[in-house]
Design a protein around this ligand. Sequence first.
Ligand code: ZN
Length: 242
Amino acid sequence: MFEDAGKDLVESVLCIVAHPDDIDFGAGGTIKRWTEAGVKVTYCLATNGDAGGFDLDFPRELMPQVRQEEQRAAGKVLGVSDIRFLGYQDGQLEVSLDLRKSIAAVIREVRPQRVLTQNPERNFARIFSSHPDHMAAGEAALDAVYPDARNPFAFPDLLEAGLLPHSVEEVWIMSHGQPDTFVDVSDTLSAKLEALRCHVSQETDKNNQLEERIKTWLEANRLLAGWEEGRFAEAFLRVTTN
Ligand SMILES: [Zn+2]
């Protein structure tokens, strides 16, 4: 049940999500533990988060660049520099064959043992985690893991482009109602908060309430994990795909 990042490591993890800041909210402390242990972590973001922000006067055409830069700054805090943006329209993500193919191409390029992604099912206990884009990204990522990335005859032009099939070993799903894997992020909580504060355009730390909000979530995960008080946990559902 307890993922000890020190003993259960893989070489390469690919995180597939809809928007800038999704990874930092759901798994920032875990990502920091992995990169500190030498794991190569790559981000694949389906959109640029171009429907984000709150300032009605800010030129919308500049938002994709702003949010990409914010995500790159947040990635730097957590030790991640390989960040890929697929460029789909924020707020309109669908589980299309095109999205599946784009993600399958990244999986074949990066060749990770583990994929970390969003929950394709609506979580009624945490309705804001169930943004339609999040569910679409999670569904398309799972479709890309199985069967698209491993089947040489799925999207034959990928093979023609030299992208050989690849089988991912396991998928970790964020924001799931019945998580079975917990990572102790007590030591990386400050890095997670620093990464989240990089998303300035989202007013992530409005009224300085971020730390309190995040600690409440991580405390709830800690209770689910059955750990003693004072530790913080990020929670995932782990799915074997090999
Ligand atoms: Zn999001």
